[in-house]
Design a protein around this ligand. Structure first.
Ligand code: ADP
Length: 305
């Protein structure tokens, strides 16, 4: 088996009885890539992560992790995961959990390093059951990192965090991943996706419908968003090559463009009395919503990262 890819999925399929979770799904992840899995609920993200972890097995196709069958002991030693359901005993203290988990690995982080990375200072003697949801998530993060893993798998890691802790977690993940450490992160938070992903995978109905860098995804709909209150006839923008997308709902116009100045000037000529004109960079959220719009989802968007 080769280890060219950290994760190598070829034409895999997975169903739960008659519910299809993944179908004809292929994906190769190289070492050091930071992949963010986006997509609506039920799109297949957790199923894919559970297959990579060896918790589930594929019905069809082939899946290897570090060139081996998922769940193989050598793969488990190189993988750290933080899933939404942890099943951690509630009576052990934070420090006891960390000490126990460290014994599973050959070259773990030290307990003090883990406490520091996951901001658990002052909580070491508290039992897991006595921690708040956000504090429990921080311990789960520390346990995912415990073995100094080469593959880090995080499923919605910051949902219970306050803003300050979320930003700190993003900084830690940012520093710890890339180059040698590969990241698979499932999230609904598009800010988190932009901060941590250099490869965005958009899941829909058990397939990947977009696979690209955040920059390229944004540029698909135009790099800039022009918005205004106006009743201008938007048909004139359909022949403007710089306009990639037009939304006009209840006088609220949004134009996604590759170059703003000439379109703003055209808009002002058409309606000198328009209101609330704003020009801002298009966000990943704009691109994401565009890709998942009903008219788009039958098409596959794949561009090189
Ligand atoms: P996501 O993580 O993107 O929300 P999932 O992988 O959890 O998606 O789910 C993919 C599909 O598989 C959904 O239709 C979901 O209802 C179904 N599914 C997931 N887990 C189970 C299960 N244990 N039993 C039956 N159906 C499941």
């Amino acid at each position: 088996m080769n280890e060219e890819f950290v994760v190598d999925a070829m034409n895999i399929a997975k169903s739960y009885n008659n519910i299809t979770a993944l179908t004809d799904f292929s994906l190769q992840v190289s070492r050091g890539q930071r992949c963010v899995l986006l997509g609506p609920n039920g799109a297949g993200k957790s199923t894919f992560l559970n297959l990579v972890l060896g918790v589930l097995s594929v019905d069809q196709g082939s899946l290897t992790v570090f060139g081996k069958t998922p769940g193989h002991i050598s793969v488990r030693r190189r993988t750290g995961s933080m899933l939404q359901i942890s099943g951690i005993p509630s009576t052990l203290t934070v420090r006891e959990h960390l000490k126990l988990f460290r014994t599973y690995y050959h070259q773990p982080f030290s307990t003090d390093e883990l406490v520091h990375i996951a901001r658990l200072e002052g909580l070491e003697r508290r039992t897991f059951g006595s921690l708040s949801g956000g504090q429990q998530q921080r311990l789960n993060f520390a346990l995912a990192l415990c073995g100094n893993p080469k593959l880090l798998i995080l499923d919605e890691p910051s949902t219970s965090h306050d803003v300050e802790t979320r930003l700190a977690l993003w900084d830690e993940v940012d520093q710890l991943t890339g180059t040698e450490r590969t990241l698979l992160l499932a999230t609904h938070n598009l800010q988190e996706a932009e901060k941590l992903g250099d490869r965005i995978l958009i899941f829909h109905n058990g397939r990947v419908i977009a696979d690209s860098s955040p920059e390229k995804l944004r540029s698909m709909i135009g790099t800039t968003e022009i918005s205004a209150q106006t009743n201008v006839n938007v048909e004139v923008f359909e022949s403007n090559q710089q306009v990639k997308r037009i939304e006009h709902v209840n006088s609220h116009l949004k134009l996604y463009v590759t170059e703003a100045e000439s379109t703003v000037s055209q808009l002002l000529q058409l309606d000198p009395n328009l209101k609330n004109l704003a020009v801002q960079p298009a966000s990943l959220q704009d691109a994401y919503l565009h890709l998942l719009a009903p008219t788009q989802v039958d098409e596959h968007y794949r561009t090189s990262v």
